[in-house]
Design a protein around this ligand. Structure first.
Ligand SMILES: Cc1ncc(COP(=O)(O)O)c(C=O)c1O
Length: 353
């Protein structure tokens, strides 16, 4: 470590992203990417893009994407904020609405980037344990929190909370900022987007990395009342005023226009998830009721790290988290039907010893 690092940087424990293998021999089920390519319309728009136009900076607020999101959800462009992947949008949220004096709460089992942002921005946080079945009880969150954040469906469990329960929280705590990370909402859940006009304490975060097959493009967005979105723009314009490049903007727009392809591919993933879940359950494996593009599974008698290593030896990458409550569980992304058939066979082989 360089001696020039600040104390805060030295003490950070950065988020560890899932492995991106250099070779292509693995069945890659470790980072919740979409197994299907982006929509043909996205590819066409990128192919037809006038590369000479890259000479000029893009629109600084990602206006093309804002318009596309506002049209899709029937809200105003002022109620949308876009960023370079939802990780960046989340970072801006932590920075814009919290500081060392304001506590935020999140489940003890959730997206592991949240505590990293807290450490980066010196924000105190409270982890509220999920139940043994991994469900989140929103009534358990302390009253003195400035904000609450959770993923819905949650990661890495896939457990989903209905908007009506989130609305109860918004109503009962008008002075608590509630941030719902809907990275996986398109795989069977219902978005809380319809609530942003009624509650000025709600921010929704979404990404095009999962259901719209654009992880490599880095596009994410937030939805909320204009005042909250203006707050995020203050941070963006103090950090990087042109976060979304021109090609990403037209690609994202096309992904929203081609609803037919979007619906077809997400339904395929939902069907494959259901097939895989049933197969694994029939083998006596514990599987959560996931509404995301992944399953959270526990193979009986095989410790998590061992299952991870054995699957890797069999050519399959999955995700394991070194956290005590879930160290025997694996998060497995839903790939194509063929990939999941291979997975089931390999798990059977591991169970047979
Ligand atoms: C819950 C959750 N939120 C946000 C993200 C970030 O996605 P991206 O930065 O690709 O938009 C992820 C990525 O895996 C995630 O699992």
């Amino acid at each position: 470590m360089s001696r020039f690092l600040s104390r805060n940087t030295r003490e950070l424990i950065p988020y560890v992203p899932g492995e991106q293998p250099k070779d292509k021999v693995f069945v890659k089920l470790n980072t919740n990417e979409n197994p299907y390519p982006p929509s043909p319309l996205v590819m066409e728009r990128i192919r037809n893009f006038d590369l000479g136009d890259l000479r000029l900076y893009p629109n600084n607020e990602g206006a093309i994407v804002k318009q596309a999101v506002s049209k899709y959800y029937g809200i105003s462009a002022d109620e949308v904020f876009v960023g370079n992947g939802s990780d960046e949008v989340l970072a801006f949220i932590f920075k814009a609405f919290f500081d060392e004096t304001e506590k935020i709460g999140f489940p003890d089992i959730t997206y592991s980037f949240y505590p990293v942002y807290c450490a980066l921005f010196n924000i105190p946080y409270v982890k509220v344990p999920v139940a043994d079945d991994f469900s989140i009880d929103l009534s358990l969150y302390p009253e003195d929190l400035k904000g609450i954040i959770f993923a819905n469906p949650n990661a890495p469990t896939g457990i989903y909370i209905a908007p009506s329960r989130i609305e109860e929280l918004l109503k009962s705590r008008p002075d608590t900022l509630v941030i719902v990370d809907e990275a996986y909402i398109d795989f069977g859940g219902e978005s809380c987007a319809g609530l942003i006009r009624m509650y000025d304490n709600l921010i929704i975060v979404q990404t095009l990395s999962k259901s719209r097959s654009l992880a490599g493009m880095r596009v994410g967005f937030a939805m909320g009342c204009k005042e909250l979105m203006d707050g995020l723009a203050r941070i963006k314009d103090s950090f990087n005023s042109y976060p979304l490049d021109k090609i990403a903007q037209i690609a994202a727009e096309a992904a929203f226009i081609d609803t037919e392809y979007f619906n077809e591919t997400r339904q395929k993933i939902i069907n494959t998830r259901q097939w895989t879940q049933e197969k694994l359950l029939s083998l006596g494996i514990q599987v959560t009721d996931s509404k995301a593009n992944f399953l959270f599974v526990k193979i009986p008698e095989v410790p998590g790290p061992e299952a991870l290593t054995k699957l890797r030896q069999e050519g399959i990458l999955v995700r394991h988290f070194n956290s005590p409550r879930i160290c025997d569980w694996l998060r497995i992304t839903i790939g194509t039907q063929e990939q999941m058939e291979i997975l089931v066979e390999k798990i059977k082989k591991i169970m047979e010893g």
